[in-house]
Every structure is written in C-alpha cells, then in structure tokens.
Design a protein. Structure first.
Length: 217
C-alpha cells in the first residue's frame, strides 16, 4: 500500500510534494505506456498547471516547461488534454488518493461524540471564467460551474459534478448531486442521513451532513 509519508532520505521539494501520487497512475485500469509523455508526467504537469498563474497553456509551457521532468511538445500537451483515457486515469488517481488520505489523515471531528455516527460533508459550487477555446452557447461563452464536496473529518475534497444548463447554480445543484453521489460512492457504514442543521441542533456545514444506512434527507 502506498503511504502518504515521505520516506526518501533528504528528498527534494518536488519529490516530497508529488510523493502522495507516486505509482497511482500505473494502478489505474486505464494506464498505458506512453514514453513521450507518461501518465505520471501528465499528472505532474497538470498539477503544476493549476498551481501556476500562467494565463494560457502556451504561456505555461514557455514559462515553466523547462523545469518539468519531461516537458511535452505543445502539440502533445494540448492533445492529451482532450484524451478520454488520460481523463479516466486522473479520475482513478483522484479517487485512490482521496481514499488513502481519508484512511491516513486525522479525524478533525473525533472529539464531537454526537457526530460519531455521521459522515460530514460541506457541499458548494464554484464558477470560473470560460477558457479561450471553450464552446459558445448561442454565440456567448458561459462561465463554468463545478460542484465540490469537502469531507469535514479529513478535509479531503472531490468534485461531484459540473453544472448543467446555462443557469445551473448552487441551490439547485447541491442537494441533488450531493445526496446521489456521496451516498453512492463514499462507502459509508452505519448511521443515517440528515441535513447539516439537524445535527446537534445547529448548522455544522455550509451544505449538508451525511451518514450511510438510511436516506433520511
């Protein structure tokens, strides 16, 4: 089992930072040998792309490509962004890392006995400006919405869904996606499901708190 702990003696900053995802790409059922731009290189490149402030993919490669372990060509970089297989690898790595982190990180709610039977999540939406090459809707580029779930015990975060329709928003999206996806994928055991403001007489999360056995929503 891969550990979140860095065991290498005197690791570099990069090695320590990327250690939690080391080897996860190869465990995906969608993994494939790609010598020119491996799945591991793709993951590291994608993480750095998110962390850096470059305004475009071309600018990112120009400004930061030289310090990548294996810098892709411009054509290869943009081609892999549209690869369903690469996307499936990222999803598998994200899920495996989240499960591993939930088993490793401390429980921030362990001291609250009244929540012992519950899995607690905060659900929210985030919108960002459309990218340069995003498709237009009726001639207009629409902002892109994402719904996220934060595990309030371990503070692991995962995406629930992308906003659907031109005017999808948090209030209509959160209850639907959070109930269906958290209960279906979080592998919760025992307890029951309640809204956040029904636990302990006060609101404990911006979204909802969920448990596992009964759907008392």
């Amino acid at each position: 089992m891969i550990s979140l702990n860095v065991t290498q003696a005197n690791p570099t900053v990069n090695a320590a930072f990327f250690q939690p995802i080391a080897g996860l790409a190869s465990q995906s059922s969608h993994a494939r040998a790609c010598p020119d731009f491996s799945d591991d290189d793709y993951l590291q490149c994608g993480l750095l792309r998110v962390l850096e402030s470059s305004t475009s993919g071309r600018a990112f490669l120009q400004e930061h490509g030289a310090r990548l372990n294996n810098s892709p060509s411009q054509a290869n970089y943009f081609a892999t962004l549209h690869s369903p297989r690469r996307g499936a690898v990222v999803a598998d790595v994200n899920n495996d890392l989240r499960i591993m982190a939930n088993q490793t990180l401390p429980d921030r709610l362990a001291g609250m006995a009244e929540l012992a039977a519950y899995e607690v999540f905060a659900v929210d939406g985030h919108w960002h400006k459309a990218a340069t090459h995003d498709p237009r809707h009726n001639g207009v580029k629409m902002s892109v919405g994402h719904f996220y779930s934060l595990n309030l015990r371990t503070h692991t975060l995962r995406q629930l869904a992308v906003g659907e329709g031109a005017h999808e928003h948090d209030l209509s999206g959160s209850p639907l996606f959070s109930v269906e996806l958290e209960l279906g994928q979080a592998k919760l055991a025992g307890g029951e499901v309640k809204h956040g403001d029904e636990v302990g007489g006060g609101t404990i999360a911006p979204g909802f708190a969920f448990g596992g056995a009964e759907d008392a929503v």
